[in-house]
Structure formats: structure tokens, C-alpha cells
Design a protein around this ligand. Structure first.
Ligand SMILES: [Mg+2]
Ligand SMILES: [Zn+2]
Length: 268
């Protein structure tokens, strides 16, 4: 890679009264990718198959098919999948950082989780790490793909926007058919008082599909972009980001930025 793009956000960050922080899940709040990790733990053969087919089959549909194969061909149970999810790496610094920001009396922060993973994966992991009620109420909403267990213990995953729906999204930025994350961010804002209800929006992401919601941010907003992954690449190639950018590579760096968002001095 040539020289790395530099941060464009102001430092120190302006003090605000009310802010919204939007988290992607895989490689953002979590220090792994849920769809791939489950197969890495339970079936390297299906993990390889995912890699082979991901450029030719819609990703949610592919994950759904592989979960059926995991259950019916590989014989893996509901408990096998749940135990794999409980092993998935969540960085202690990230968890400390989000809890401290949510609990801070210095600023009112609304948390929104927006992910192309699925409801069962996310609920299982958040519950295991005490980030779901009644242990701790972190997220106001979680928007992701639906999933349910069949009576025999097969995880049945579907697209947030079913292929049969007449209301397909019209995103031209490149979001996968299952969901446009930019549209979902706008819909969240309409459900919660509109953009003007928040002094600042912060988006934490890593993937190419986080580029669309990052484009919807304004000049007073902030994108926390993970280095060396699809979002950084798309920003470098396509530009057009109005929000200030802070790049990060390790979760410890996000913990530092989350500290700044509640008035702590800059860590690094
Ligand atoms: Mg991600
Ligand atoms: Zn989109």
C-alpha cells in the first residue's frame, strides 16, 4: 500500500450534548466475522466453500445454505453453533469503551447496531458478554437479518429484505440486495426524531458495505474507519465522505476514541 490516508476529524473532538453511535458488528464491535467464524470452528470444509462461492451467490443466501448443510450434512447441533459463537473474540477494550460511553453523565449517547450478520448470532454473543438486558441495556435498536431455529436445531437465516418482496432497495452505492445500510440508518433516524435529534452521528465500521451509510453522514459527523479493510479501500478510491474520519486498527484505539466522545483527553 502507498502512504496511508490521514485523519480528517478535528482534534480534540467538539463537545456535544446528544449523539448517536452506529456500530457495524463483524470486525467492528466484534473482533471477528460471525458468518465465517462459525464454520472455522465447526467445519473447515464449509468455511472453504463459503470462500469459493461468495463471489457468485448473494452472501445472505449463501450463509443460509451453508447453515443447512452444517446441520444436515455435518450433523452440527444448535448447541454446537451457540458454543462457537460464545468463543468468538470480543475485545475487552471495546466492551469497556462502549459501557463507559453509555454510562457517561457527560453526554447522552444512543447506540444503534446495524449489521449484515443475523439476530441469533448477535443476541447470543451480546448476551454471553452481558451486553443485553437485563444485564446491560446498550443498544436502542439492533437491525440485522432475521434468523430462527428449526425444531431439529437448524439455524434458518433469511434476508432482511426477502427476495420475494416488492420493496427491494434502490441503493446504487453497492449494498447487497438483503439490506441497504444507508437506507437503514436513515430509517432509524426517522424513527428517533430525525437527524436534528442528534448533535453528532458516529459510525464505526470496517467493510465495503459500510461505505453507503458513511456517505450519508454530514460534516459534523464522525466515521471511525478500521484500517486495512474494505471501507478504507473504498474511501481511498471513491472519496466523497463529508464526515470527519478517524482511522483505527486495534480495538484499543477505538476505546481511546470512545473516551474522547465522553470528554476524555486523546489517548493516541
Ligand atoms: Mg464489518
Ligand atoms: Zn446502500
Amino acid at each position: 500500500m502507498s502512504t496511508q490516508a490521514k485523519d480528517t476529524a478535528p482534534s480534540p473532538l467538539p463537545k456535544v450534548a446528544k449523539q448517536l453511535i452506529v456500530f457495524d458488528f463483524d470486525w467492528s464491535l466484534a473482533d471477528q466475522d460471525t458468518d465465517r467464524y462459525v464454520h472455522e470452528v465447526l467445519s473447515p470444509r464449509l468455511r472453504a466453500k463459503l470462500k469459493q462461492l461468495k463471489s457468485s451467490v448473494q452472501f445472505t443466501d449463501l450463509c443460509s445454505q451453508l447453515l443447512v448443510e452444517l446441520h444436515e450434512v455435518e450433523g452440527k447441533s444448535k448447541d454446537d453453533v451457540l458454543n462457537a459463537l460464545r468463543m468468538l473474540p470480543m475485545h475487552p477494550g471495546m466492551m469497556r469503551g462502549v459501557k463507559a460511553l453509555k454510562q457517561s453523565a457527560n453526554v447522552d449517547t444512543t447506540f444503534f447496531l446495524l449489521s449484515n450478520s443475523n439476530q441469533v448470532y448477535i443476541d447470543t454473543i451480546l448476551e454471553h458478554h452481558n451486553l443485553l438486558p437485563p444485564a446491560f441495556e446498550l443498544f436502542t435498536e439492533i437491525v440485522t437479518n432475521p434468523a430462527t431455529w428449526s425444531p431439529s436445531g437448524c439455524l434458518q437465516l433469511s434476508r432482511r429484505i426477502p427476495a420475494s418482496s416488492p420493496n427491494q432497495h434502490a441503493c446504487s452505492v453497492g449494498c447487497s440486495p438483503n439490506m441497504c445500510k444507508g437506507d437503514e440508518l436513515e430509517a432509524f433516524l426517522s424513527r428517533h426524531g430525525g437527524r436534528q435529534a442528534f448533535d453528532r452521528i458516529i459510525y464505526v465500521g470496517d467493510g465495503g458495505n459500510d461505505y453507503c451509510p458513511v456517505l450519508r453522514l454530514g460534516a459534523n459527523d464522525l466515521a471511525l474507519v478500521r484500517r486495512y479493510r474494505g471501507l478504507e479501500t473504498r474511501i481511498a478510491r471513491e472519496g466523497n465522505v463529508k464526515a470527519g474520519i478517524r482511522y483505527w486498527a486495534g480495538a484499543w484505539e477505538v476505546e481511546g476514541i470512545l473516551g474522547e466522545l465522553r470528554g476524555e483527553p486523546r489517548l493516541a
